[in-house]
Design a binder for this molecule. Sequence first.
Ligand SMILES: *Cc1c(COP(=O)(O)O)cnc(C)c1O
Length: 357
Amino acid sequence: MMQEWTTLDFDIKPTSTSRLGEVDFSNLIFGKVFSDHMFVMDFVDGEWQRGEISAFGPMTFSPAIMSLHYGQAIFEGMKAFRQPDGGVSLFRPGANIQRLNFSARRMSMPEVPEATFLQALMELMKLDSAWVPAIADSALYIRPFMFATESHVGVRPSLSYRFCIFTCPVAAYYTKPVRVKLELVYTRAAAGGTGAAKAAGNYAGSLYPTELAKAQGYDQLLWTDASTHTAVEECGTMNVAFVMDGVMVVPKTSETVLSGITRDSAIQLMEHHGVKVEQRRVTVEELQSAAQSGQLTEAFGLGTAATVSPICTLGLPSGDWDLPDLANWKIGPRVKSLLNDVRYGTGEDPLGWNIPV
Ligand SMILES: *Cc1c(COP(=O)(O)O)cnc(C)c1O
């Protein structure tokens, strides 16, 4: 069937009391400041109802909504960027829509129509464009999410859901190099599980082992595969990449390695610029011997919030291993600057990812 989105399939009710004047854009704390508006759309009786953009604010629910008890809750994270000409652009929004719907299928939740999602995103960006910071390295973080809203005690998929999008202006994510502990006991994801979905529960399960690592002086965990703990999968809530012998090596995506858009973009951009990238299984043993022989020169996390998050220390079974001084890194900083050139419109966009609002 042809898509018939000639008019909006949601209402727009702008607030008359903007909070913009109360915000100090030079002192933003990540995830604590919310823009004026949000999008809300409910799924009831087997279909999506007419959505609405209105003032960001509290919601009222029954204590029995199923997401609180049985965990049907998924989310996305993406960003909008101020462009040199004063406009606003989104980075690969289609990839986030598709991943949200992938997560929805895995969690037995309804898919959001792509056109509605995109339209809502665009109208929200237009309405709150003044909230997109114009300060270098800042951005508007966008949080689409969906959760079960049926009031019912008993395990089965909920019959109703709410899909929302709100946004937060965020400052440059300070990427202090992180100390990362290889996790050989706890797991983030197992084959057949939900690790490839951006499901809220995956995060809940990772908190306790991360707190244990923090008590030992680390910042994050380097997750290994659940069955053998011999292969490296992700770093905290980011994908991970290593540079060994001058080659960028990235664990393959799988049921247990979430398909990050930053990861995919980094790989495509580096390959576009002729840098060799390998996507494959990366073992703990390989990392240890590459560290000892001096071939492991860089290690970094990849994700929307921080873009590239350098790792300064790997807590390996053989002891802590310090990576070479960040000042000598070649690949990680290049990934970051090439990605930023696209997103902030300050350089070339060879793959057509920068979508103006
Ligand atoms: C969101 C997420 C990532 C990074 O995805 P991006 O699309 O690059 O932000 C990586 N791993 C996990 C577990 C995640 O939840």
